[in-house]
Design a binder for this molecule. Structure first.
Ligand SMILES: Nc1ncnc2c1ncn2[C@@H]1O[C@H](COP(=O)(O)OP(=O)(O)OP(=O)(O)O)[C@@H](O)[C@H]1O
Ligand SMILES: [Mg+2]
Length: 422
């Protein structure tokens, strides 16, 4: 394989949290992060903590990995970034252990600060092994945690990134969120960044009532049309590959501006180009890769479908999919979609109270089935319309596709039985 082909082969990065070859869009998020880093470099705290939330596959992890890499390159040794997910710290002691790292001075400080938690355990330098007392002494922990953050950040400005933060344990969240607000108020050069799926708001509100409102929040939806094109064309151009206008439009139509799908299509296209030793993407290239791309994109649907099924949401999700299909998948104002939910619940013999409707919509938002946006309002320009749009594109089509009417199913079964008979 020649050198340009090797670059092409590994060009696109479909998968969890991988930094894409070109991270398209997300201008406001990048700017907010950069502004906070600039403040930290001057030994000041970030103006606000940062929260990024959105349906799966929209690029929360990729964006933060990109920002982390960029910051470390530019800031070199002048600041420290810790990346963690809640699965790495089951209790506050483990989080303290992660923050202290293998800095012996900090470990000693942490042991002093959290002395009240270690009971009579023989505490070693490996503090993550210590078990937490069942009854958390919250105010004491917040104070101790705050002091630990100060100890850490006074050595080097400190950025703590917690991905998958919607899985944060509320007890740990309570200590972390409150302590982080307190240190920032005391001018500590600290910056907390949280990312998670749309239920992050609920998780954080359980941990600290005011945290969400006091943070800079960034909903991460799909890419704009312009940015989607860039996500495909810029990496291809870097390998001297041209993409015809119609081919690019077709990929965008298929990927529906969903970053994860753009990477899938990009990698299938790149492999095809290598196979045919070509440097141009045309509609014919796409016809050769479409089966593979569709199969790869479908894997995400199966997982989401199982999730909906577990929550008993398939019938409602099917009806909502129907409403969007009738509306050409365009955004639907909130109250209109609530009508669909009401009718669907009624059909299923479920309660149709305001609370029941809201609860069901909340669950659908959490799994990324629907996603709230504010759409431009043609009638009153200064009042944008709150609407819902499909969260993960084509998932609705997939869900609806699983509900084949009985009569059609009988025909399919009969046909396959006849085929089996010969
Ligand atoms: N701005 C972007 N431009 C181009 N590609 C992107 C962008 N953001 C994400 N991607 C690509 O989309 C895919 C999904 O991204 P990522 O895993 O970061 O999403 P996520 O929101 O963290 O999903 P999850 O909630 O499942 O963790 C990755 O392959 C990533 O490289
Ligand atoms: Mg992620």
């Amino acid at each position: 394989m020649t050198k340009p082909d090797i670059k092409l082969k590994n060009l696109f990065h479909p998968g969890d949290g991988r930094i894409p070859p070109y991270l398209a869009g997300r201008t406001q998020e990048k700017k907010n992060f950069q502004d906070s880093v600039d403040l930290l470099m001057q030994k000041s705290p970030a103006n606000q903590n940062m929260i990024i939330y959105g349906p799966r596959g929209n690029g929360k992890t990729a964006l933060l990995r990109y920002l982390q890499e960029l910051t470390l390159k530019a800031g070199r040794d002048e600041l420290e970034i810790l990346w963690a997910t809640p699965s790495e710290f089951k209790d506050i002691v483990q989080l303290v252990g992660l923050i202290a790292g293998n800095n012996q001075n900090l470990i000693k400080k942490a042991l002093n600060l959290f002395e009240h938690m270690f009971d009579n355990l023989a505490v070693s330098a490996n503090i993550s092994m210590a078990s937490i007392q069942a009854n958390l002494n919250r105010p004491k922990n917040i104070l101790a945690f705050k002091d630990l953050l100060w100890e850490k950040a006074k050595r080097k400005p400190f950025i703590l990134i917690i991905d998958e933060a919607h899985t944060l344990n509320p007890d740990i969240g309570h200590v972390l969120l409150n302590a982080s607000q307190n240190v920032r108020a005391e001018q500590c050069p600290f910056f907390l960044v949280l990312a998670g799926t749309p239920n992050l708001e609920t998780t954080l509100s359980q941990a600290s009532a005011s945290f969400w409102d006091k943070s800079s929040t960034f909903p991460l939806g799909r890419l704009s049309e312009k940015d989607s094109h860039k996500a495909l064309s810029i990496p291809l151009e870097s390998c001297q590959v041209a993409c015809t206008e119609e081919a690019s439009m077709e990929v965008m139509y298929r990927a529906q501006h969903y970053p994860y799908f753009i990477q899938i299509w990009g990698s299938c296209i790149a492999n095809q180009l290598i196979k045919t030793d070509s440097r141009e993407v045309t509609l014919e290239t796409l016809s050769k890769v479409e089966d593979e791309a569709i199969t790869k994109c479908s894997n995400i649907y199966i997982h989401r479908y199982d999730e909906l099924n577990k929550m008993g949401l398939v019938p409602l999700a099917t009806d909502i999919g129907g409403t969007f299909e009738e509306n050409d998948n365009l955004p639907i104002p909130i109250h209109e979609l609530e009508d669909t939910v009401r009718i669907s619940l009624q059909k299923q013999g479920e309660p149709t109270t305001h609370e029941a409707i809201q609860e069901n919509m909340r669950k659908l938002i959490h799994v990324g089935y629907i996603w709230r946006i504010s759409a431009p309002n043609e009638m009153v320009k200064e009042v944008p319309l709150l609407c819902y749009e499909p969260g993960i594109p084509s998932l609705m089509k997939f869900v609806r596709g699983q509900r084949i009417p009985k009569a059609e199913m009988d025909v399919i079964l009969e046909r396959s039985q006849n085929q089996a008979k010969g």
